[in-house]
Design a protein. Structure first.
Lengths: 386, 385, 181
């Protein structure tokens, strides 16, 4: 990309407004479900001239709290980093600590972790896609997606003990075991889920109005996606086939067979909002395939290895990344080798970098397209603010 | 004096009936919406939730009358009343059945179209007087949308006027018949197209999905509605649901022979008390049945389709609806001139069009049935769960 | 994770007149340490050199380095930043670290090389106080614009009130706490 310093500096002039523009506040309270994020839009009629996102309304200083807690006590806080996909954040943190401390994880525990991750991925994408449809005005597909999430919550309650904010993973394994009738229930649910995806696509995916609202909106080309560090479905929607489950082999993903779903410009340019929506839909189907493979491979065994109660990690730092539903979830842990608590934990989330595209992309869009583009990025406020 | 008192009492009764109908429609819509979304809808207040609207109205009456600080007080207060008046006035000439109308106006349909424009002023004033940029945007968009879509509406109505030869809604009803092949929609292919143009434009006039941008919650946080609370907000709501009844009634009267049971004596000008009560009531019920089908279709569309963007909405109106409208008016003029009533060509066209439409309807039901079987979706057809 | 010592060696070799050393060689994540003045140049070379082509920015994180004496006093030693870059074809990564002094820590901004760097740098400026020179937009991001202080520092003391709102509350259960019984 040929961008000069002058281009960058001229991108943002914070306090200037010209004569026929109005400044509107798409304020932290929204009827849509992305959380408390505020936009300051300068509109010229219907077109956005300048857009400034203002975040920090959900800043809970999780990273500062981490410096005061032992490693295993920080696990419930990672649930709240992305409360839509809690098990994924749990596993990300646990893998980072285990890699740094060379802790063993038994095989059944890894399979159970992958089970939780893929099930949560389905639930998270359902919410992302549902929120997109409700922002565009179709209320029914959103409620259907929530109904499916309720079924997944029932399964998660059997697996982990709670519906949301599961706190399922422990350092060295998972916290509780399941017996075989959970697998039967899961298998029955997956049969139903395939039919539900078919129904969902017939309901809204191929609807002409829906396609017209999303096609060609917010086209992010592959080079731009890499330049702005988009990750996860946003990056794959722009045509770049990078999936951290395939590139960094963590857990047992190398033993499983699944496709990396890439946006193909089905109804417009590659990398428009419809592609991002389509990637999420197809990823849910791939997760269903993965779940069936996990069901056939999981064996009996222990679920948690013996981890020292007073765990002190060796001195050093590590940045470990996993594929969360919203992008790359990275934990940068620094340990000083002496204390029970980490010296610094930095959490890098996919929604944070997705927000960086906004100042650029929202220019020249109409207000309705702002909503459609922002919803297609599947940003949640807790990930942005932590 | 007697005549005036009689008219006032009749008008108050009419207003009461329409308000009750609009209220009950809100409950019906919420139950239909709930069933489509795999949930039940209001069912606590009264039997099957039928009294929910009274509970909502009483709650809204008890709310504090919040008037924001720097609004224009008179305009802010009067906007909901203007909107409600605009909708209520359109109901005057519509014949609900053989003799159930308020006033037999010779300029019936022209009067309806004219008074339907009143709501535009109401929305604009409500949006501007709210001292809120989002409300202003919502009001402007709403005004642009409604004014634009009045043209395709009028063009579709011109098709009917050409075929009926009169603006009087009673005469339009009497010119049709009871059986499907005598309805105006199947008279000639241009009227068939005119039905769709009219229906879509009426949806846009009434701010219903897919054209509900002025009240788009996620974008504008309710547009012109934002600063209104309590009974003023309810008046906007009530006007929107009463508008549903208006759209349904107009579609039935203009295209589907509303209330006409096909008796010969209806050709003469009706006077109260001339015909037996049974026929009047039967005609009224037949009209209500047809209107309720269209109201159901409008509610169904609201909870299925996403919203159109404002520029796409304007595109649809000016680039597609208006040219098609002109085309069908021209076509109807030629048709009415060259094909006299009750001739061979007329009869064959009517039968063929009825047959094609019935076949499309059956095919639609078959497709729905097949999709339900493929996706093994569980449906519960009992409306009183 | 795709960190390999060979990539780090190659990077050190290709930035060659500039001095860079590799720390944590035997650990799972070797870090290429450079000095603050040459950071921008190193990152530019890492991104544009055809043998390296690290064009994806994964993370920029900052840390406040301190040492705690036996009495519990915290003495600040400076700041350390970590840049994680990856290649967009196979997502192998390299990690570049900088150490910054304690007083007026500043380093050149890289937000024209990577589009997402601006928000990472804003967060580090907001929470740690590291200034990025020539940044296009350096404002606070998480905290309100009129906040005083940088909370993620180890020696951060909260002010007693913010805009008239007290930041501490009287402990209403003090009488029944175990320590006071």
């Amino acid at each position: 990309m040929n961008i000069t310093q002058e281009d960058i500096r001229s991108r943002i002039e914070i306090n200037s407004i010209s004569g026929n523009e109005i400044e509107v506040n798409m304020g932290p309270h929204h009827p849509s479900t992305h959380g408390v994020i505020r936009f300051i839009l300068h509109l010229d009629g219907e077109i956005v001239v300048r857009a400034t996102p203002d975040v920090g309304y959900l800043h809970r200083s999780i990273e500062k709290i981490a410096e005061k807690l032992p490693y295993s006590a920080f696990m419930p806080y990672t649930d709240r980093v992305d409360y839509v996909a809690p098990v994924n954040c749990n596993v990300g943190y646990a893998l980072a600590v285990e890699t740094m401390g060379n802790l063993e994880v038994p095989e059944r525990a890894t399979w159970l972790r992958m089970l939780g991750m893929e099930l949560t991925r389905i639930a998270s994408h359902l919410l992302g896609v549902g929120a997109l449809t409700v922002d565009l005005g179709a209320y029914t597909p959103f409620v259907h997606a929530l109904r499916e999430r309720e079924h997944i919550f029932d399964l998660m309650e059997i697996l982990t003990g709670t519906r949301m904010n599961n706190n399922y993973v422990r350092l060295g394994g998972v916290c509780q075991n399941v017996n075989d009738d959970f697998f039967e229930k899961l298998s029955k649910y997956l049969d139903h889920f395939v039919l539900f995806m078919d129904e969902f696509e017939r309901l809204i995916g191929l609807n002409k109005i829906f396609i017209e609202r999303l096609k060609g909106i917010g086209v992010v080309k592959a080079e731009e996606a890499i330049h702005f560090s988009l990750s996860g479905p946003n990056l794959r929607g722009s045509g770049v086939d990078i999936d951290l489950r395939k590139t960094d082999n963590y857990c047992f993903y190398d033993q499983l067979d699944f496709n990396v779903v890439v946006g193909k410009g089905k109804f417009g340019a590659v990398g428009d909002s419809y592609d991002r929506y389509d990637v999420r839909i197809e990823e849910m189907k791939q997760s269903e395939k993965l779940l069936r493979q996990i069901l056939s491979r999981i064996k009996d065994g222990e679920i948690q290895a013996k981890v020292p109660k007073k765990l002190i990690l060796p001195e050093g730092e590590l940045y470990h990344r996993t594929e969360a539903p919203r992008g790359e979830l990275g934990f940068h842990i620094i340990s000083d080798g002496k204390n029970l608590t980490p010296y610094r934990v930095k959490i890098r989330t996919g929604s944070f970098t997705a927000m960086t595209t906004l100042s650029d992309k929202l220019k020249g869009m109409m207000v309705a397209d702002v909503i459609a583009y922002f919803a297609s990025l599947d940003v949640v406020a807790p990930e942005v603010d932590r | 004096m007697n005549q005036l008192a009689y008219m006032i009492i009749f008008a108050v009764i009419y207003l009461g009936v329409i308000v009750v109908t609009a209220g009950v429609l809100t409950v019906i819509e919420r139950r239909i919406a709930g069933r489509m979304q795999s949930r039940i809808g209001p069912n606590r207040v009264g039997p099957q939730g039928a009294v929910q609207w009274i509970a909502d109205a009483l709650k809204a009456l008890q709310k504090e009358d919040i008037i924001p600080d720097q609004v224009h007080p008179f305009l802010f207060k009067i906007a909901p009343y203007l909107v409600f008046m605009g909708v209520f006035l359109t109901l005057v000439p519509i014949p609900f059945g053989a003799y159930a109308f308020m006033e037999d106006l010779d300029v019936g349909i022209y009067y309806v179209l004219a008074t339907a424009s009143f709501v535009v002023i109401g929305f604009m004033i409500g949006g501007w007087a709210s001292n809120n940029k989002w409300s202003l945007l919502g009001g402007m968009r709403s005004a642009a949308q409604m004014i634009s879509y009045e043209i395709p509406t009028a063009l579709a109505v011109v098709v009917i006027i050409l075929m009926a030869g009169s603006l009087n809604l009673n005469k339009i009803v009497q010119a049709q018949g009871a059986l499907p092949h005598e309805w105006y929609i199947f008279r000639n292919p241009f009227a068939f197209i005119a039905f769709f143009i009219f229906f879509i434009s009426a949806l846009a006039e009434g701010n219903r999905v897919p054209f509900d941008i002025p009240e788009a919650e996620s974008e504008l946080v309710s547009g012109y509605n934002t600063e209104y609370s309590g009974i003023r907000f309810l008046l906007f709501f009530l006007a929107e649901w009463a508008n549903l009844v208006v759209i349904g009634a107009l579609v039935t009267v203009l295209f589907f022979g509303g209330g006409n049971l096909g008796y010969e004596y209806l050709v003469q000008l009706p006077l109260p008390g001339r015909e037996p009560m049974k026929i009047e009531i039967l005609g009224f019920l037949w009209f209500c049945f047809k209107t309720s089908i269209f109201v159901f279709i409008i509610i169904w569309l609201r909870w299925t389709l996403p919203r159109v963007r404002i520029d796409q909405l304007m595109d649809i109106c000016w680039k597609y609806m208006v040219p098609i409208g002109f085309f069908i008016v021209m076509g109807t003029v030629l048709w009415v001139y060259f094909v006299p009533d009750n001739s061979q060509v007329d009869f064959i066209t009517r039968i063929v069009m009825t047959a094609i439409s019935t076949w499309i309807l059956i095919y639609f039901v078959y497709r729905v049935y097949r999709n339900l079987k493929i996706t093994k979706a569980k449906i519960h057809l009992n409306p009183f769960i | 994770m795709k960190y390999s010592i060979d990539i780090c060696d190659k990077l050190v070799q290709l930035v060659s007149p500039v001095s860079a050393e590799i720390i944590q060689r035997e650990s799972k994540m070797p870090i290429v340490k450079v000095s603050a003045q040459v950071l921008r140049k190193v990152i530019q070379i890492a991104m544009s050199n055809p043998e390296l082509k690290f064009n994806f920015l994964n993370n920029i994180s900052g840390t406040h380095l301190t040492e705690t004496s036996e009495e519990g006093e915290i003495k600040s030693r400076g700041f350390s930043l970590l840049y994680v870059l990856s290649r967009s074809d196979d997502f192998s990564s390299v990690v570049i670290g900088v150490d910054l002094p304690d007083l007026n820590p500043s380093v050149d901004s890289v937000d024209d090389i990577f589009g997402s760097a601006n928000w990472f740098e804003r967060e580090i400026y907001d929470l740690l106080g590291v200034v990025f020179n020539d940044s296009c937009d350096l404002r606070r991001i998480m905290l309100p614009d009129d906040w005083v202080g940088h909370p993620l520092r180890k020696d951060f003391q909260e002010k007693s009130s913010y805009n008239g709102i007290p930041t501490t509350r009287e402990d209403e259960l003090a009488a029944v706490r175990v320590d006071n019984l």
